[in-house]
Design a protein around this ligand. Structure first.
Ligand code: PLP
Length: 418
């Protein structure tokens, strides 16, 4: 049984190169994070060998006594973390969690109403090429063209006109809190289920730094790998009365054998997310995003036609508006890449440029907060980004400033290989 470097040097080289990239650059993709060593250890463990179709105590395979312990721990921990009545920890990813949630609530042909993809929603909330857009009738709501915020009066009006069967709160690119109580009351008024997809902000909710959708929603889905910093995967929370339907729509509805190594790693991540250290880290996430929003709203940046959508942020990300800038989203992404900062271009609502180009950037702070960054470092990062986006900066000098930060905060110290 040989080590990877001998069995497959090509893939070993990919791991080396990727570890180097993560160490030597500043990761600011809002949906990314660094899973801790403990989580990586469980993901790369013998639990991957086990088939365990079914649920703890009710499996279709023998030998599940140990993986049952892991799955029960994951369930109990995530319920406690979010104050949920019920949890299913088996979804392989966020998209599978969302598919199971929708099929548990409604039938093909029924109507769903979520935030439009072009305005920050997710593919699984009704995009036409996604299962959600193919299986269901879709009525998307949009942000207000002046404030760029979700206007609950308009959502209510649209819901009364469209009569959706499910109303969706949640987003992939939106910098503000949502009003979960208002969503609940609109759903009740039109007789719809209320589903929240908190994939992006779940870590903030876990830390008590963001309003929780759990008390107000029939179903809440999430990924575990974004602000929660766990293994790449999904989870579903819900009211007890949804338990049976959700379980059967995950397995056998959407999936076969659960990934027991990932489920055990989720248990570890949920344990960490309940810690004081995690809460402090999420405070730095929010502080960093605010520092970034402030710096990118300053007059010297505004002069270059760069601004911040909604004028700030309540969460872990900032949406940069480049509609009046010389740079489009693609150019800005490439420029930041060249100074060693990884972000993604992102369409702004009502974007005049095509989706492969866009007029925006989505910049997030979770991964750098995990790396240890606090106010001082985020101030420096924000200034580097501002200098790049203003134009005319010395790229080499900015790259050196980035390198200084990466060296000050080594990632996965003590590991020469992975
Ligand atoms: N839901 C939201 C709001 C997301 O932002 C994402 C990921 O981008 C997902 C669901 C899907 O998660 P996954 O990529 O794990 O399928």
């Amino acid at each position: 049984d040989l080590p990877l470097a001998e069995v497959d040097p090509e893939i070993a080289a990919v791991l080396d190169a990727e570890l180097g990239r993560q160490r030597d650059t500043l990761e600011m993709i809002a949906s990314e994070n660094f899973a801790p060593r403990s989580v990586l250890e469980v993901q790369g463990s013998v639990l991957t060998n086990k088939y365990a179709e079914g649920y703890p105590g009710r499996r279709y395979y023998g030998g599940c006594e140990h993986v049952d312990v892991a799955e029960n721990l994951a369930i109990e921990r995530v319920k406690a973390l979010f104050g949920a009545e019920f949890a299913n920890v088996q979804p392989h990813a966020g998209a599978q969690a969302n598919a199971a949630a929708l099929t548990a609530m409604i039938n093909p042909g029924d109507k769903i109403m979520g935030l439009s993809l072009a305005h920050g929603g997710h593919l699984t909330h009704g995009m036409k090429l996604n299962f959600s857009g193919k299986l269901y009738d879709v009525a998307a709501y949009e942000v207000d063209p002046q404030t760029f915020r979700v206007d609950m009066d308009k959502v209510r009006e649209q819901a009364l006109a469209e009569r959706p069967n499910v109303i969706i709160a949640g987003w992939s690119a939106y910098p503000r809190h949502l009003d979960f109580e208002a969503f609940r009351s609109i759903a009740d008024e039109v007789g719809a289920y209320f589903w929240t997809d908190m994939a992006h902000f779940a870590g903030l909710v876990a830390a008590g730094l963001h309003p929780s959708p759990v008390p107000h929603s029939d179903v809440v889905t999430s990924t575990v790998h974004k602000t929660l910093a766990g293994p790449r995967s999904g989870v579903i929370l819900g009211k007890q009365e949804m338990a049976k339907k959700i379980n059967s729509n995950v397995f056998p509805g959407q999936q076969g054998g659960p990934l027991m190594h990932i489920i055990a790693a989720k248990a570890v991540a949920f344990k960490i997310a309940g810690s004081q250290e995690f809460r402090q880290r999420q405070e730095r996430v929010l502080e960093g995003a605010r520092i970034l929003a402030d710096r990118l709203s300053a007059p010297d940046v505004a002069e270059a036609g760069v601004s911040v959508l909604t004028g700030g942020t309540d969460v872990h990300l900032v949406l940069v508006d480049l509609r009046n800038s010389q740079l489009d989203g693609k150019q800005a992404e490439d420029l930041l890449h060249s100074v060693g900062i990884t972000v993604n271009r992102n369409a702004v609502p009502f974007d005049p440029r095509p989706p492969m180009v866009t007029s925006g950037l989505r910049i997030g702070t979770p991964a750098l907060a995990t790396r240890g960054f606090g106010a001082t470092e985020f101030t420096e990062v924000a200034d580097i980004i501002a200098a790049a986006l203003k134009g005319g900066a010395d790229v080499e000098e900015l790259r050196n400033r980035v390198t200084k930060l990466t060296q000050q905060f080594p990632l996965y110290p003590g590991h020469e290989e992975w």
